[in-house]
Design a protein around this ligand. Sequence first.
Ligand SMILES: *Cc1c(COP(=O)(O)O)cnc(C)c1O
Length: 431
Amino acid sequence: MTLTDHNWQTFEHTHVWHPYAPLEGATLSYPVKSAQGVHLRLEDGRELIDGMSSWWSVIHGYNHPVLNAAAKAQIDKMAHVMFGGLTHRPAAELAERLILVTPEGLDRVFFCDSGSVSVEVAIKMAIQFWHAMGRSTKQRLLTIRHGYHGDTCGAMAVCDPDTGMHHLFRHVLPQHFFADAPLSRNDEEWNEKDIAELQTIIEQNHTQIAAVILEPIVQGAGGMRIYAPEYLRRVRSLCDRLEVLLIADEIATGFGRTGTMFACEQAGIVPDILCVGKALTGGYLSMAAVLTTGMISRGISLQPPKAFMHGPTFMANPLACAIANASIDLLINGPWQQRVAALETAFHHHLGPCREIPGVADVRIKGGIGVLELVEPVDMRSITKRFVDKGLWLRPFGKLVYLMPPYIIEKQDLELLLAGTVEAVREELAD
Ligand SMILES: *Cc1c(COP(=O)(O)O)cnc(C)c1O
């Protein structure tokens, strides 16, 4: 092996892909040596405050003693064992916790490896359920525009066809139904017109539709849009009336990010199928889960092939389960609600006034999520450098500069993060 402290980065830059980035001629990535709390420490010794929780996942901060201890204890017993024919206590304990913290009635659990895969599983579950019910025509999905559900083929097919980053694959994807996303914001009056298109589509096509899939309250990577809870209640009642299942993708919103443990709670609705991921292991390992009701699992189990036709190699990985258990316990026993509420207050204070900055089109805030939408797309290289020079880590996309720091961020770091973000955006817009 020939890599040294001096050349490993050049090697990596030549040979390794990064998310949604070209491999040849890409911008250099910032090398991280270690991370602690809300701080990323770069190889050159600089420290950055992480405003992204590594894409929604690191809610308790990096290098958390409790999560580290859970990982170390489990790794000395077994890091992994197959889930086919075998089982283990960490999986049972995680199922118990998930059933406890998710909305009432979701008490059947399928473990899988990533958010995208959980969306695939949810879609297959809905289709297999209707197949078992003798309703095999119900194979299509209905979703709303500006959604993001992942990068695998089934998930891509329900992402926004234009903003969803998967445009070039559209001819190989199954064709689903798309309705306009609601325009009523979470901080405004509900507008009855918002449900009209979805209602028309579902009324005319329910014999073909297995499920509606959407991100409740906050649409993430498809546009960082925040909408009125009434919309979810309307969708829920249309689904009930027309025998269509409701899949809630809470991979981004789950585990407290929007101010409630799950965003569905804000509308008082329970989906038939729920996807969780991202913050499930506190950002330690890739793991996701799909929860559903006894009605769905019984439906599937009573008709051939009886088995639900999915089973990843690393299903219910014990190490990931053990860390997820510790992460959920930190939430259950900690003041996450006050912390997320404090984030929301600070966002209003610092980001609210940005509406007045020329070049800022909109400011949106919900729980631990703060979004500045600009008029023009940002120059990624330039704005990222500004953030890093100020000791901050953010990852804007398109016209969106957004924040979702770890819940444990201290007041002083939060002030630095928010003041620095606003300053960097002002400078970038003035340039
Ligand atoms: C991130 C995300 C996914 C995909 O999860 P991966 O773990 O990246 O596969 C799906 N849905 C939503 C809402 C997400 O935010």
